[in-house]
Design a protein around this ligand. Structure first.
Ligand code: 4AD
Ligand code: MG
Length: 464
């Protein structure tokens, strides 16, 4: 009977006694003339399984010369009780097959303890480190928890387009999509590029948000969410910005700002709880290696009520704080992450949901308050991160929405379909966008957003 390969995660929980087959990548090999210990990892768990080769029985032992850090091997042997501490079982190797060698002189992960910066330069290999293994498993678990949360709460997953003709956020900074010959584009009489000859017969971009299409879905299905890649060409070289990031955007019909806040808070708490319940091995590793407060911080968020304040109250607190900020604060300015973090980490000491922002610093679609100055936007601000969620109640009145669009001088030719929702069966509705990698920064405790996505896209960087 041929043995079936088992994942190491599974083998480590089994009772000793059986003959087993494990396959994976060698993390370390050590030993002496009599005995060799191999730490084997297959990505199924942060934990390695120990493979023991007793050289008095293990034949042929010359295969071991190719068993070096980074090599890929298959091990057949008996699962036995482990004598050393650390794990319950280990494999007493009968035979080893080497699938792929890794020249010790050249393998970049030969040694431990590389800097995160160095690992970014070898993004094709860094998933093989403990740290990235942990981060990528947590990333998967969070994606699953997002789908589970929405499915359990009656939301439908709506797939919104990646190529669009509209600019949802009006913040500029979009990546253009074109099949025109950029060295020699067709031109109109006035010299401007003639996009009517482009693939879609118009100027198109990669989407910055699925929200506008998401609203169309909510106006038919009630509760929807999108979860996909979004693109922003802003030249922000910060530890919190990517040019390609994943966003989760629920949109709810018959939902006003207070309920929007309740859902955002419940959603994010449930994701953090899911991580605490399902990813503890990886969290413990990250906690011990990088950030001794990580697990306490996660538990803290699950167990505290978020503070809720208006922008005006927030600015007041900041102005009275006596704190010297790099960017000065006054009513009307867009808050920087230093301000957001002051409120969260020093003043309230818990997450903060801020609402009712000046209309001039927020997008055109936000519901206008009666004061004529503020809109019903909401940002969820988190320790270490600053803004993790941005959302709002939407302006459902056709007249008010059009007035704002005209005030901003926006081109409605790309937005007529969006405006139509306010002409036909409009309804109060709200939604928000959670930056998936910002969530992962929080949950993993990583300091740089480039380290929570397998292949980061940032200014001047798209190699892997
Ligand atoms: O606040 P933003 O721009 O909001 C929207 O796009 C709305 N359409 C969302 C909605 O209401 N449906 O972005 C939402 C979140 C931010 O709070 C942040 O977490 C994340 O997306 N985000 C980024 N994450 C990584 N890199 C960037 N460049 C990001 N820009 C925004
Ligand atoms: Mg925002």
């Amino acid at each position: 009977m041929t043995l079936k390969r088992q994942r190491i995660a599974e083998l480590l929980t089994e009772e000793p006694g059986r003959e087993v087959l494990a396959k994976g990548w060698v993390r370390t090999k050590r030993g002496n003339k009599n005995i060799v210990f191999i730490a084997l990892n297959d990505g199924s768990t942060i934990n390695n399984i120990q493979v023991v080769c007793d050289l008095s029985e293990f034949r042929p032992d010359d295969v071991l010369k190719d068993v070096t850090t980074g090599a890929c091997i298959a091990v057949t042997g008996k699962l036995v009780e482990s004598i050393g501490g650390g794990q319950k079982v280990e494999i007493r190797a009968g035979s080893i097959e080497v699938y792929g060698t890794a020249d010790p002189e050249k393998y970049p992960l030969q040694k431990k303890g590389h800097s995160m910066e160095f690992l970014r330069e070898i993004a094709h290999l860094r998933p093989r480190t403990n740290t990235f293994g942990a981060v990528l498993r947590i990333r998967h678990a969070m994606a699953y928890a997002i789908h589970k949360y929405f499915n359990d709460h009656g939301f439908y997953y709506l797939h919104t387009p990646i190529i669009t003709a509209s600019d949802a956020e009006g913040a500029g900074a979009m990546f253009q999509v074109t099949t025109l010959d950029m060295d020699n584009p067709p031109r109109k009489e006035d010299g401007r590029i003639d996009y009517s000859q482009d693939f879609f017969g118009r100027h198109t971009n990669l989407t910055v948000s699925g929200q506008l299409e998401g609203e169309l879905g909510a106006m038919a299905l009630g509760n929807i969410y999108t979860f996909g890649p979004t693109f922003r060409a802003e030249n922000s070289n910060t530890p919190r910005h990517l040019a390609e990031f994943w966003m989760v955007e629920p949109e709810m019909a018959f939902c006003e700002i207070d309920e929007n806040m309740d859902i955002a808070e419940d959603f994010i708490k449930s994701l953090v709880s899911y991580a605490l319940e399902n990813c503890m091995d990886d969290l413990l590793f990250l906690n011990n290696m990088f950030d001794k407060d990580l697990i306490d911080r996660l538990k803290g968020v699950v167990n505290t009520e978020f503070a809720r304040i208006t922008y005006t109250e927030g600015v007041d607190i900041l102005e009275k704080s006596g704190e010297k900020f790099e960017f000065p604060v006054s009513w009307g300015v867009d808050l920087q992450s230093e301000h957001e973090r002051f409120l969260v980490e020093r003043h309230f000491k818990r997450p903060v949901i801020m609402t009712d922002y000046p209309k001039d610093i927020k997008a055109f679609y936000m519901k206008q308050n009666d004061d004529g100055k503020t809109v019903r936007g909401m940002d969820v601000l988190f320790p270490k991160i600053g803004e993790i969620i941005g959302g709002s109640q939407r302006e459902e009145s056709y007249d008010k929405l059009m007035a704002r669009i005209n005030e901003l001088g926006m081109d409605t030719s790309c937005l007529w379909w969006y405006i139509d929702t306010r002409r036909f069966g409009t309804a109060p509705h709200s939604g928000f966008g959670l930056g998936f990698e910002r969530l992962l920064l929080f949950v993993t405790g990583m300091a740089n957003i480039r380290d929570v996505i397998p292949f980061p896209r940032t200014p001047k960087s798209a190699e892997f």
